[in-house]
Design a protein around this ligand. Structure first.
Ligand code: S3P
Length: 200
């Protein structure tokens, strides 16, 4: 456990979860700036660990190889000495081991959105093997049914992101964290951060 400077409350990592298109990467980047923390994008960490893109990992080794690398990267990133903001991939809560390590030392934030909103955001699904060549809305509806219970169980904070900008979602997450007493206003960097006004 670590402590946010200026706060008596212990706080670990912040982990953003949600389906593809939820805005985990864009929100994570701005949130990390506001909290003066390092931002880690788990998909990016996986590609660095594997030396291959997500698409190539799926293509060559299938989803199980990807999931093994995902767990390995998750454990490595959460071992970081300082508290980070972690943008996960949409399937991260599928494995029990991942749920256990996240529950141990992270506050989980679920960025929720309607499947229609997500489908609009992911467009043709390029770079996302689970969507390529398939009907994105249909896949996202199925995944929502499958995964929402796990997101719900894991999350301390839930933000409905439909129609919000990146900055509005960041503010909503920070407000919730302040309500829980895990972030104090004076711990925040007040400046406007690039990308905060963008659409999710
Ligand atoms: C996946 C989501 C992707 C990536 C991989 C699998 C999933 O991440 O991890 O393609 O199972 O939902 P994003 O949620 O960042 O798109």
């Amino acid at each position: 456990m670590v402590t946010v400077p200026g706060s008596a409350a212990p706080i670990g990592h912040l982990a953003l979860v949600g389906l593809m298109g939820a805005g985990k990467t864009a929100v994570g980047r701005v949130l990390a700036d506001r909290l003066r923390r390092r931002h880690v994008d788990l998909d990016r960490a996986i590609t660095q660990l594997a030396g291959r893109s997500i698409g190539v990992i799926f293509h060559e080794g299938g989803e199980s190889t990807f999931r093994d690398l995902e767990t390995q990267s998750l454990v490595l990133q959460l071992e970081a000495g300082e508290p980070i903001v972690l943008s996960t991939g949409g399937g991260v809560l599928g494995r029990g081991e991942n749920r256990v390590v996240l529950a141990a030392d992270s506050i989980v934030v679920w960025l929720r959105a309607r499947p229609e909103t997500l489908a609009d955001r992911v467009g043709d699904g390029v770079g996302r093997p689970l969507l390529e060549g398939r009907n994105a809305l249909g896949v996202l509806r199925d995944l929502a049914e499958d995964r929402h219970p796990a997101y719900e169980r894991a999350a301390k904070v839930v933000v409905d992101t439909d129609g919000l900008t990146v900055g509005q979602v960041v503010d909503a997450v920070l407000d919730a964290l302040m309500d829980f007493g895990v972030v104090r206003p004076e711990a925040l960097a007040g400046q406007t951060v690039d990308g905060a006004g963008g659409r999710l």
